[in-house]
Each structure stands twice: as structure tokens, then as C-alpha cells.
Design a protein around this ligand. Sequence first.
Ligand code: ZN
Length: 423
Amino acid sequence: MQQLSGNQSILSFLPPISVLNTGAVDINLADSAKVPLANIDSEPVGENIAPDDPALSVPKDDLDKQLIEDRVVQHNHTVSSGESLSSIFSQYGLSNSELYDLTKAYPAVAELRVGQNLNWTLDKKGELESLTIQRDRKTKDVYTFTNGKINHEQDIAKGEFRPVIIAGRVTSSFYQQARSAGLTPNQIQTLVKALQWRFDLGRQARKGDKFAVELSREYIDGDPVGSGDVQSLLYQSGNDQIFIHRNKDGKFYDADGHSLQRAFNRLPTAKRYRISSSFNPHRHHPITGRIAPHNGTDFAVPLGTAVLATGDGVVVKAQHHRLAGNFVVIKHGREYITRYLHLSKILVKPGQHVKMGQKIALSGNTGRSTGPHLHYEIHKNNRPVNPMTVSLPQASPVPRSQLNAYEAEALASKKRLATDLNS
Ligand SMILES: [Zn+2]
């Protein structure tokens, strides 16, 4: 296994200069097709299991496909306390040099506050195409990257915001009816994500379900501008009624201010083990110079260590792979997937629901691995992210100081929606 020399601070702007080979070596699945197998073990490269490797990937359902087809921006992040632009770039494996160029050209870009929302698009090479930062309800900064040049535009809303209610009834899929009722693909994705742990709008929506959505839409001189932000949803499926509302921190909660998220553990083991190889999407192969990403974190765990699911979810793969060894893939809601590789023994089956902290396997040294270790990955919206630094969903409620105001607002909104839901 290898340890990258130095730390991986995004501020260092240094290419990885040397890689210590301390014995055990990971495999590189992408390279394995081109390089004779005999050479792989001697090359200090990490696993490079493509996010879409058919053997390890999670099948997409109709809703996933629809969102991709409608080019909904999948990459987004809400700033939480302690985060900076550089820590966010690092979590998502975005390039240091792009960050450097961006902050050099526009130093104010890095002035982030808690609750601000970032979303970005990537080109086919994984490089930034555009970055949008919603600074507050009215102000939006848009940075576009073309041929090494960065352009900046700031949109400032000038009108007033009014609530707009859109209601409908499911006859085929939620997506289709929400579209025909007037919601945009991005608004639908916001709902799907906010609700993902409580109700899967892709798989659980049924004919006859009713929905009413409150948007906050900007008006200038009485004319609507833009499509508006989702504020609340009231959804009725049989006897199950679900209500969610957005607090001023940008997050959705139920009527009582409870979180709609499920928490994650940072580590897939009960105690902390030494990291023998870090997440590094830009790692260069020390011999060929090609990019040889390491899409996860390797832990130096003894053989037979209990491997724990880091979050609640459903097992989607639990099998053997020539290179990954025995491995498990878990899907958590609609945004997150975790992978656990080189296991000695698998203790779960595909389709099984697991809880955060549940023992799912014993660690091992199977597949193309020359020393006992656990390779652990997290994918957010189908892209690998840094398991050690990515900001994981928290299940915290509305802050106490905001609770009274939140509950009053939520109740008023729920009443408005209930009128439309039943009309
Ligand atoms: Zn690894």
C-alpha cells in the first residue's frame, strides 16, 4: 500500500511528487485492460474502479434516467459551518488549478457563508464548465470556464417574492405529472432529494397520489421572473400524508422541524485505522504519467476486521469481482452509494436493508490486492467524493432559536397547500 507524501491541502497547489511504495499494492481496473496483469502488482497505482464500471455500478431507475435526460445539474453543495471554497473543491475532487485560477481572477468568489448553495457542471473530462453560487435569495454569481478563460456574471433579483402553488395528481409517474403541472426538472429534483429518505418519488409514487407544491417566485411589475424556489410540499399517497418545508437555513424539515436526512458515520469500521492510501482523483501514475485516480480511501485493517455500513440503505451488490475481490455496494437514498472492497467474507445479500453501523462483511485481501486492507468509497450523484472530508448528511433538527418561527411558517404553508390538494 502506498501513502501519498505530504498532505493533500488544496492550497499547496503542488502535483503529487512521489509515492512511497510500502509493500501492498492496489490494482487499477481501468488500466488492467491495457497492461498485462503480471505488471500490475509491481506498479504502485491505486484501484481505479470507474464509477460506471458495470460490474460494480448501481442500475439507474426511470427517474434517474429522466433527470439525466433533462440535464438537471447533479452537482451541488450547501455550505455548512467550517467549510471553505477550497475544502469543498477538495471533497468533490475538483481540480486545484481551476480553484487557483478562479480565486486569482475573482478573489471574492471564496467569500462563502453558511447556507449558500453551490452548483456546478463538468465537461466530459471532469473539468469545470460553470459554477453558480447562490449568495442569498436575490444574488447569484455565475462563473463560466471556456478555453482557460473564466467569465463572471452577477444576477441580482430586483422584484418581490410571492408564493405560488402548483398542484396535481399522479396518473403515470410523479415526474410526468409534476412536469405537466408546471414544475421544472430542477424543482422536481429538489423535491426528490428532500424527500429521499421518507418517500421515494421514483419508486413509491402511485396512480391517484396527490401533491401540492409551494414555490417562492420573483415578480417584477407584476410579471413572474424565473421559475422560483421550492418552499413546501404536501404529498398524499393513500393514507400516508407527507409535509416538508424549507427553513431559512436552506434545508427541508417536517412540520415539527425534524430533519428529513439520515446521518452517516465517517468510518466503515468501529475504530480508526491508519489510512494507507488517500482519495486522489488527480493522482498521476508514477511511471506512465497518466491520471490514475484513487477513488476511495484505503485503511490498513487486519484480516477479519468487522466492516460496518456507514449509513442506512439497501444492498445492491454483494459478490466477487476478479479485481475488486469480494465487494459490497450499498445505495443510501437517491444521492449516495458506498462501496467496500477486498473483503474476506460477505454477510449481506442484494436487496437487504441495512442500518448505519451494521456489520456487513469481514475485511480481507481478496481480488488484486497484495496486503490486507479495506478500500472504501462514497459516490455522491454518481461521482466519487473524498470519504474522509465530504460533508455527510446530518440529521439535526431546526436550530432551537429558529424553531418557533419555523413552525408558524410551516403551519401557514401547510394550510395553503391543503386547500389546493383537496380542491
Ligand atoms: Zn484503494
